[in-house]
Design a protein around this ligand. Structure first.
Ligand SMILES: *Cc1c(COP(=O)(O)O)cnc(C)c1O
Length: 347
C-alpha cells in the first residue's frame, strides 16, 4: 500500500486527491547497538530515510504536495533547494506530468543531487547566492505566477512528512523517549512533532518524545537567536541562515522539553564516519548531525543514558560521494604484487 493510502486518515486527502506514489516511506528502522554502546545510551535506532525513492525524507512531503498540486489543477511547481528538495520535486513532477522549476545556490549542491534534478528533467536555475536568497525568489514567483511553491512553506509538505513519526511508532509500538535529527529549514522537526502529537491524541502512544534538534555550528541561527547572513557548513543540506519554520521548531523544542543545539563540522564528520564503520549505514553528512548531537549531550551529561533514542538519518550517503573521498582520502595506486600489498596493509 502506498504512503498516502496507508496514512490516508491522518493526511489532508479527499476523494479527488490523486494517490500518486514512487513507493516512498516505509523506511527501515535499524537498531544500532554498537553505536549505542559507544555513545553510552541503552537503546538507539536509526530511521534511515536515505532509503526513500530519491534518497531523502523529502519524498514524504513531496508526494503529498505534488498530489495536492495535481488535485488543484496546477501545471508547474517551483522550489528553492540545497539539493534534496529539488531532486524530490523533479522526480514527483515527472511522475505526475508537471513542469518542475528548481532554484539552487550555485556551487553549493552535492553532485548526486544535481545529477538527479538534471536526469528527472527539471528546469534548473543556479543563482549566485545562498539557499535563503533562492527561497526569497521562489516565494515571489509563487505570488506573481500561476506556479505552486513546494518548499516546506507549503503546509502539505509538512503534512506528508508527519508519516515518518507514525512509522516509528508503528514499528516500536510506542513513541521513543527522544528523537535526534538535523535542523536546516526546520520543516522536519516541525513535522515530526506534529505527527507525534497527532498519534498521541489518537491514543497510539503512551507519551510524547523529546525533540532534540541539531544545527551545524556555522549555520546555527536558532541556537544563536539571530539569522546568519553567510551560513557555512560542509553539511550542505542544513546550510541555512534563516529557517522558514523557525518558530515552529522553537515550539517543538519547548513543548517537548527538548533542545536545539549545534555541532561542529568536525563532530559531524566523526559521527558520519562512525555510522558507516560501526553500523554499516552510510548517510549524507548533514544526516549525521543527530548522532553528533546526541554524543555531545551525553558527553555533557545532558542526556539520559537509560532511554530509547531514535536518530533520523535524513539522506543517503551516495548523495555526496565527493565529500567522502575528500574527507577520507582514496588510496594511491601501488604495484600489483604480494610484497607491495603486504607493505600497504602493514602485514
Ligand atoms: C532537507 C534536509 C535536512 C533539513 O531538514 P529541514 O526540514 O530543512 O530542517 C537535513 N538533512 C537532509 C539530508 C535534508 O535533505
Amino acid at each position: 500500500m502506498s504512503l498516502l493510502e496507508r496514512y490516508r486518515d491522518l493526511l489532508p486527502i479527499t476523494d479527488t486527491t490523486p494517490l500518486i506514489s514512487l513507493a516512498e516511506g516505509n523506511t527501515p528502522l535499524i537498531s544500532a547497538p554498537r553505536l549505542a554502546r559507544e555513545i553510552g545510551v541503552r537503546e538507539l535506532w536509526l530511521k534511515f530515510e536515505g532509503m526513500n525513492p530519491t534518497g531523502s525524507f523529502k519524498d514524504r512531503g513531496m508526494v503529498m504536495a505534488i498530489a495536492k498540486a495535481l488535485e488543484e489543477g496546477a501545471r508547474s511547481v517551483v522550489c528553492a533547494s540545497t539539493g534534496n528538495t529539488s531532486a524530490s520535486a523533479a522526480a514527483y513532477a515527472a511522475r505526475a506530468g508537471l513542469e518542475a522549476v528548481v532554484i539552487v545556490p550555485a556551487g553549493k549542491i552535492a553532485l548526486g543531487k544535481l545529477a538527479q534534478a538534471l536526469m528527472y528533467g527539471a528546469k534548473l536555475v543556479a543563482v549566485d547566492g545562498n539557499f535563503d536568497a533562492a527561497l526569497d525568489i521562489v516565494r515571489k514567483m509563487g505570488d506573481n505566477y500561476p506556479i505552486t511553491v513546494v518548499n516546506s512553506v507549503n503546509h502539505y509538505r509538512i503534512e506528508g512528512q508527519t508519516t515518518a513519526a507514525y512509522e516509528i511508532v508503528d514499528t516500536l509500538g510506542d513513541a521513543p523517549d527522544a528523537l535526534c535529527l538535523p535542523v536546516g529549514n526546520a520543516g522536519n522537526i516541525t513535522a515530526y512533532w506534529l505527527g507525534f502529537r497527532r498519534y498521541h491524541e489518537r491514543g497510539k502512544t503512551t507519551h510524547l518524545p523529546k525533540m532534540l534538534g541539531f544545527q551545524a555550528e556555522g549555520a546555527s541561527p536558532i541556537v544563536q537567536g539571530a539569522p546568519f547572513e553567510k551560513p557555512h557548513t560542509l553539511a550542505t543540506a542544513i546550510n541555512i541562515g534563516n529557517p522558514a519554520s523557525w518558530r515552529f521548531a522553537v515550539g517543538a523544542r519547548d513543548e517537548s522539553k527538548g533542545c536545539i543545539d549545534c555541532v561542529s563540522d568536525d563532530e559531524i564528520v566523526v559521527a558520519w564516519r562512525d555510522l558507516a564503520r560501526c553500523e554499516g549505514v552510510f548517510c549524507e553528512p548533514a544526516s549525521a548531525a543527530g548522532i553528533a548531537g546526541l554524543r555531545k549531550l551525553m558527553q555533557q551529561g545532558a542526556a539520559e543514558p537509560d532511554a530509547r533514542y531514535v536518530a533520523v538519518l535524513t539522506g543517503h550517503g551516495l548523495k555526496d560521494p565527493a565529500m567522502a573521498v575528500e574527507q577520507f582520502a582514496a588510496p594511491t595506486p601501488i604495484a600489483p604484487t604480494m610484497a607491495a600489498i603486504e607493505r600497504a596493509l602493514g602485514w
